[in-house]
Design a protein around this ligand. Structure first.
Ligand SMILES: Nc1ncnc2c1ncn2[C@@H]1O[C@H](COP(=O)(O)OP(=O)(O)OP(=O)(O)O)[C@@H](O)[C@H]1O
Ligand SMILES: [Mg+2]
Length: 231
């Protein structure tokens, strides 16, 4: 059986992944601050949803308005008519939906809320931006157990999932999420010479795919992302 693949809509990246992201995978976009993690997640669901593949973007770190302002300035069409298949639920909206839910049950409430969005909109892609903030809002004693249940739940949704993950530096150790995920795209800001920095991306793992693991320059130009050989 052929595996269905989802495009990243980053020029030249799908090829380096072996074709794209397998449908149903749980993927981490993991990286240091300001390395286009959210923009990349948005880029995938923006284009996918315009191709008819509906998506839900849960935004726990910033408001819907602030994300759309940023994306609009980058050149994405953020009019409601362009985003009809992309449902963005920010923390304000989620809090509203979960008002009255005990802090200890917030995690369960969040899952129920996402399930209700999935039932309503029948998306194919789910974004959680970000995993560390979801952890902060959730109550658990054992992180490993928490992540195991989170990933089992995500698998049960049978969607392609993108989890935005923050890493303080590229030398940060791997966490349990790195083992549980089907794929990891890592983003970083690398020094070029003595005075410059370059945004870079690499695929650390992608189950079932014969992907490249090299670093590439990640550029946003003329309204779109592309990768190029790293300097
Ligand atoms: N119009 C633009 N064109 C290209 N790049 C831009 C534009 N506006 C902002 N940026 C870059 O995008 C970066 C932020 O991207 P984004 O929010 O996707 O990163 P992030 O990794 O999610 O960051 P954070 O760690 O804050 O969540 C900014 O640091 C800025 O350098
Ligand atoms: Mg972000």
């Amino acid at each position: 059986m052929d595996m269905e693949l989802i495009s990243t809509y980053v020029k030249n990246l799908d090829r380096e992944l072996g074709g794209g992201i397998p449908k149903g995978h749980i993927i981490l976009i993991s990286g240091t601050p300001g390395t286009y993690k959210s923009s990349l997640a948005f880029n995938i669901v923006y284009h996918s949803s315009r191709e008819g593949m509906g998506a839900i973007y849960t935004l726990l770190e910033q408001s819907r308005d602030s994300l759309l302002l940023q994306m609009g300035r980058m050149g994405y069409d953020i009019r409601d008519s362009a985003l009809s298949e992309l449902h963005i639920a920010d923390l304000g909206k989620i809090r509203q939906a979960l008002s009255g839910v005990e802090p200890k049950s917030w995690d369960k409430g969040f899952r129920g809320y996402v399930e209700s969005l999935v039932e309503e909109h029948l998306p194919e892609i789910l974004v959680i931006d970000s995993l560390p903030v979801l952890e902060i809002l959730s109550y658990f004693k054992n992180r490993r157990e928490y992540l195991f249940h989170l990933f089992s739940w995500l698998k049960s949704l049978q969607l392609t999932t993108i989890l935005v993950n923050e890493k303080p530096s590229i030398t940060s150790p791997f966490g349990d999420e790195d083992f549980l995920a089907d794929g990891i795209l890592q983003t970083a800001l690398k020094p070029i010479g003595t005075s410059d920095l370059q945004r870079q991306i690499r695929c650390i793992k992608l189950r079932a795919m014969n992907h490249n693991t090299s670093w590439f320059a990640l550029e946003f130009r003329d309204g779109g992302f592309r990768i190029a050989p790293a300097i």
